[in-house]
Design a protein around this ligand. Structure first.
Ligand code: GLA
Length: 678
């Protein structure tokens, strides 16, 4: 099973953490190179007022540090290091390699990235360089080495921030260097051309290759390009970026092996890199998260993102590297955060395992593309609500210091594999209604409203510790992952799977026989025909539920029928089934359930695995545990005060709680309970 490797399963990081403070980390990106020195002095004083103890420096400062190739100017950064250190503020130093200087682009034009439709992109912005360009890799390693040599041993340096958001805004380049590197990557993966031709199914539409150099990147073509080639190019592109990261990380480690290295992920929001694979290469997981401002449930999506981040960290503490105090500047309508939202967002990340909260950015820019982006210190200065909330949050984090290193435990996991997104999102699928992310969000939201804590897991990961594993529309499922799910169910686990799952292997080839080829025995059924529904069509089920979007014509073998279709194209066919296998069971839901239907089904499945939960919409409850106590976060996202049953000490007020804690509308309470029995 060479392609379904357990190497994509997070193993946790190196264990290195930032030296220095014993408290939670607090701060943000700091770009003082945009400001005169007197502003730096004011900024640092304000940072002290807010309790800031960590800032990220130099993220886009390559040209300021190396104004001409091989000529360096570190004077401004030296000064900043010393000023921050004197104020007791630690530094997360970036390598500036997401923004190569103008001299680089002029001298090395072949490193400019090329889009799928053949446009060669210019510099003058930031983001992707051809990741396979030897000139880029050499120049990136060089500036990284200069920084590492210079600041190794500086007491303020506690973390390295390599590059910025690998994979965004684009992750693929179709330039000549990338095409050559892609061919080598394919040779490594397949060994021989016949093996590649078989894996890509090239006899279809007459696409067989006789020489390696006939293979190109999957450029835009007249019709649909070979889909396995597309999938492999996505894998290759993620790997090429990862090589760039490792190139810089290993350079850094030669000089500062004691300082952890991170790069900022965008957990659920960057589907172009395979973070399970990446997470094994960083010392500390860090994540950037921005609300989808207009969505009323954006706090639920935030929680989902934080849960995936914690899962990528293998449960270890992580840091929120960026979020915003208010509006961003890149959404269609940039809605400002309302009073208290900044704190609720921050505490939700903390509740879900973060040990540090940072923002983009400390001081709002006056010029450039991000001048309308919020900041800790807005244009209007320190007399603002935003700044007051920043200062209050700093004080709250001080009160929450005891939670550091405590962990979140989940009994339920949702399967997450970016390869399944990649494959399912290619063209010519049975219906535009098939949407992996929509299903994940639907299941996650119901569980969030029931305060059920969720981990995310790769389908090939060890799942034995979970009472329930949910697979929402997991289209691509390799044989090893399928075998892993079978082992999990056989061993007593409960699997809940929704439609269009386990359909293809890692080559995007349909498994032989009836769908879902990877899981027929686990689910105890066969699908004879997919029956996509029309827009706005709904079907009724025998248990009173309704489905939309999709239906299957199902023949059960060993599964029991929980509900049948009453009408629609699958009338009479089973709609929801449950199969007993070994000492576990596997549920299958063949249509898109929503609202009360999904809510009731999940309630039933949770009860079957002994998880009691009730729906409390708008109230977020998560517990972090440790051997020095449990910390229950109750975050009230509603405009009505709520009571929550608790015993212990409330950390932000110091109140003793004996039976019930009042959580005022829009606020958060964190109750430290009694230590967990060993
Ligand atoms: C990303 C980037 C930052 C900044 C923010 C703005 O997260 O990493 O540099 O552009 O977006 O939201």
């Amino acid at each position: 099973m060479p392609f379904d490797s357990l190497s994509r399963v997070a193993k946790g990081q190196s264990g290195l953490w930032m030296r220095g403070t014993t408290g939670l980390r607090y701060g943000g990106d700091y770009n003082p190179e945009q400001w005169p020195l007197e502003v730096w002095v004011d900024d640092i004083a304000l940072m002290k007022d807010a309790g800031i103890n960590l800032v990220s420096l130099g993220i886009f400062s390559w040209v300021l540090l190396e104004p001409r190739e091989g000529e360096y100017d570190f004077a401004w950064l030296d000064k900043l290091f010393d000023m921050l250190h004197a104020a007791g503020i630690d530094i997360d130093l970036a390598t500036p390699t997401a923004a190569p200087p103008a001299w680089f682009w002029k001298k090395y034009p072949a490193a400019r990235p090329v889009t799928r439709d053949g446009v060669r992109l210019a510099g003058g912005s930031r983001g992707l360089v051809s990741p396979s360009s030897p000139e880029y890799r050499r120049a990136a390693a060089n500036i990284t080495e200069q920084l590492a040599r210079r600041y190794a041993g500086h007491p303020a340096l506690v973390l390295w921030h390599v590059h910025n958001e690998y994979g965004a805004p684009i992750s693929e380049s179709y330039d000549d260097y990338s095409v050559a590197a892609f061919r080598l990557w394919l040779q490594k993966r397949y060994g021989t051309l016949p093996a590649l031709n078989e894996a890509w199914g090239t006899p279809f539409w007459g696409q067989c290759y006789g020489e390696w150099d006939e293979i190109d990147a999957p450029r835009l073509s007249a019709s649909v390009t070979n889909q396995t080639q597309r999938l492999d190019f996505k894998r290759f592109s993620s790997d090429a970026l990862l090589e760039c990261f490792i190139n810089e990380r290993d350079t850094i480690r030669r000089f500062t092996p004691e300082i952890p290295v991170t790069t900022n992920f965008m957990a659920t929001n960057c589907l172009s890199v395979d973070y399970w694979k990446w997470s094994r290469e960083v010392d500390i997981i860090s994540n950037d998260h921005y609300l989808v401002a207009e969505r009323a449930d954006n706090h639920i999506l935030l929680a989902m993102d934080a849960d995936l981040t914690r899962s990528l960290a293998g449960g270890s503490p992580w840091i929120l590297m960026e979020h915003s105090t208010g509006a961003v500047n890149w959404q269609p309508r940039n809605i400002a955060k309302r009073a208290g939202e900044l704190a609720r967002n921050s505490l939700s990340h903390l509740a879900r395992g973060a040990d540090g909260i940072l923002f983009f950015q400390f001081r709002a820019s006056r010029y450039g593309a991000e001048k309308f982006h919020s900041a800790m210190l807005p244009h209007a200065g320190a007399g603002t609500r935003a700044w007051r909330e920043v200062v209050e949050l700093g004080a709250t984090l001080g009160c929450l210091e005891p939670i550091r290193t405590s962990r979140v435990h989940a009994r339920v996991a949702i399967l997450w594999d970016v390869e399944s997104f990649w494959a399912q999102d290619l063209e010519w699928r049975p219906s535009v209604e098939l949407d992996h992310r929509e299903r994940i969000e639907a299941f996650y939201s119901v569980l969030w409203n029931r305060s059920v804590t969720i981990d995310f897991a790769h389908p090939a990961a060890e799942l034995g510790g979970y009472d329930l594993v949910i697979a929402p529309s997991l289209y691509l499922l390799g044989p090893a992952s399928a075998a892993n799910l079978a082992t999990y169910v056989n061993g007593g686990g409960t699997l809940l799977m929704s439609y269009f799952s386990g359909i293809v292997d890692e080559q995007d080839a349909v498994y032989p026989g009836a769908a879902p080829g990877a899981l027929r025995d686990v689910l105890g059924l066969s699908i004879h025909e997919f029956l996509p529904l029309r827009d706005h069509e709904s079907v009724s089920l025998s248990d009173g539920r309704f489905g939309t979007g999709w239906a299957d014509d199902i023949q059960v073998s060993t599964a029991e029928v929980v509900a049948r279709y009453v009408d629609g194209p699958a009338a009479g066919s089973p709609a929801i089934t449950r199969n007993t296998l070994g000492s576990g069971s596997a549920w299958y839901v063949s249509t898109r359930l929503a609202g009360a239907g999904l809510e009731a089904l999940l309630g039933e499945v949770l009860t079957s695995v002994g998880i009691e939960s009730t729906s409390t919409p708008g109230i977020e409850v998560v517990t972090r545990t440790s051997d020095h106590g449990d910390f229950t976060f109750v975050i009230n996202h509603t405009d009505i005060d709520a009571d929550y049953t608790a015993f212990g000490i409330e950390l932000t007020t110091g109140d003793t709680i004996s039976g019930s804690v009042l959580v005022p509308a829009g606020l958060t309470r964190v109750v430290r309970g009694v230590p967990t029995e060993a």
